[in-house]
Design a protein around this ligand. Structure first.
Ligand SMILES: NC(=O)c1ccc[n+]([C@@H]2O[C@H](COP(=O)([O-])OP(=O)(O)OC[C@H]3O[C@@H](n4cnc5c(N)ncnc54)[C@H](O)[C@@H]3O)[C@@H](O)[C@H]2O)c1
Length: 427
């Protein structure tokens, strides 16, 4: 069987990771007939609009798309194409699974985040209010949540949990402060949860606590369902738990159309350098294979990625996989000692403790700290000399007293200044 799907390579690193992903997909043997279309900056440059009608038409007909990341201008310019596509095709659920591939800071993460994709603070209801001569004196962005949308997303999360043998759904909200939007989400969430009692467990957490719990005890989470903005932020946080944005895929699911993509953006800082991690996009393609019930091929893609990264030790430079006492066995990955980036120069050094500077950066910092401490202690010695010169009464021992005082001030200030400089000197 041949699957007809729309292919949007996207902006920035999009074309690179799409080319790599197509090679993997063709190796699975599952046949795709791709209709390549433009969106984002690439579309603005070629067609004068970020979402050409041809792109919408293709997705409308094929109902399935693999999309690269799209650049959205910050603060001004055209509205997010991603948001527009979600609205156009009513892609109400954003499914973001994160599984540990490369054990490191955390070894066994397996969390699925279900994000409400259409409403909340992404509703696009925004305006400025003019005060005096300032037309942008007040900015208003409205968060909107309808009962029906809240119920649909929570029900999707529980159905997903039930059909994927998951045990628990956590409702994440901010109902203590956002009494309306947060309150309605929680009320609807608890009501849907009662229907699944005995089959899927449920708890709820305020979003700030959820963020801390995710960092402290991520193993307590299974499926998380939350509103749009919290889902956006927490899914990047969860990506960080499994090694970074290069490893987490996402699916935008609607009743008729599904669009799969990596969680990350167009990464303009590394575009065109051939260093982008294509794994997230490949994992999004695996989600797409699952969506069309090609589960065996999806499994092969995931296993291929795991073997390449873990067994063969072949990696791009982004995944953060620090050796920690809990995972000392991971000091060696595929025969290679884990390389950890220096927090200052980012050079990867085998065996460097996580969050530390490399020896060269440490030596450089120590040299700068010594230089600064020398200057400060000279000033302190001069001040001490001036004060002692005025205060010590003349006599046979006056010179020696002043000398000892000045030397003491010099040495003490130098030791303290050097310690403080090592601690607080900016890089
Ligand atoms: N779904 C999407 O299309 C989508 C999602 C998020 C952001 N964006 C857009 O992307 C643009 C850039 O956004 P940003 O910089 O905030 O986020 P980003 O995800 O593009 O990049 C954040 C950081 O992660 C790194 N990174 C991201 N993907 C990587 C990969 N595959 N391999 C290695 N490193 C990777 C980048 O180099 C960067 O340092 C913006 O215009 C934003 O609106 C698009």
């Amino acid at each position: 069987m041949t699957y007809h799907a729309t292919l949007i390579p996207g902006d920035g690193i999009g074309p690179e990771i799409t080319a790599a992903t197509l090679k993997v997909l063709s190796a699975t043997g599952v046949a795709f007939d791709w209709d390549e279309q433009l969106a984002g900056i690439a579309a603005v440059e070629k067609a004068g609009t970020p979402i050409p009608e041809g792109t919408l038409q293709s997705i409308r007909e094929r109902k399935l798309a693999l999309k690269g990341p799209l650049t959205t201008p910050v603060g001004s310019g055209f509205r997010s194409v991603n948001v527009a596509l979600r609205k156009e095709f009513e892609l109400f659920a954003n499914l973001r699974p994160a599984i540990t591939i490369l054990p490191g800071r955390y070894d066994n993460i397996d969390i699925v985040l279900v994000r409400e994709n259409l409403e909340g603070l992404y509703s696009g209801v925004e305006h400025f209010i003019q005060i005096g001569s300032d037309p942008r004196a007040v900015a208003v962005s409205e968060a909107i949540l309808t009962r029906q949308v809240a119920e649909r997303i929570v029900r999707y999360a529980f159905d997903y949990a039930l059909t994927h043998q998951r045990k628990k759904v956590t409702l994440v909200h901010k109902a203590n402060i956002l009494k309306m939007v947060g309150g309605l989400f929680l009320e609807v969430g608890r009501s849907v949860a009662r229907e699944f009692e005995g089959k899927v467990a449920c708890n709820d957490l305020i979003v700030d606590n959820a963020a801390m719990q995710l960092v402290l005890k991520p193993e307590q989470f299974d499926v998380i369902v939350t509103t749009n903005l919290f889902g956006d932020i927490l899914s990047d946080l969860i990506s960080g738990l499994v090694g970074g944005l290069g490893l987490t895929p996402g699916g935008n699911i609607g009743a008729n159309v599904a669009i799969f993509e990596a969680v990350h953006g167009s990464a303009p800082d590394i575009a065109g350098q051939g260093v982008a991690n294509p794994s997230a996009h490949m994992l999004a393609a695996a989600m797409m294979l699952d969506h069309v019930k090609e589960h065996a091929a999806a499994g092969r893609v995931r296993e291929g990625i795991r073997r390449t990264i873990v067994d063969d030790g072949i990696r791009t430079r982004d995944p953060a996989a620090p050796p920690t006492p809990r995972s000392s066995a991971m000091q060696s990955l595929g025969g290679l000692q884990a390389e950890v980036p220096c927090v200052r120069c980012h050079e990867r050094i085998p065996g460097l403790p996580w969050g530390e500077r490399c020896p060269a950066c440490r030596a450089e910092r120590s040299r700068r700290a010594r230089k600064l401490a020398r200057r400060i202690s000279l000033v302190a010695a001069l001040i001490a000399a001036a004060i002692l010169g005025l205060r010590v009464p003349p006599g046979p021992d006056a010179r020696m007293s002043i000398g000892i005082g000045v030397l003491g001030a010099f040495l003490l200030t130098r030791v303290i200044a050097q310690r403080l400089a090592m601690e607080f000197l900016p890089d």
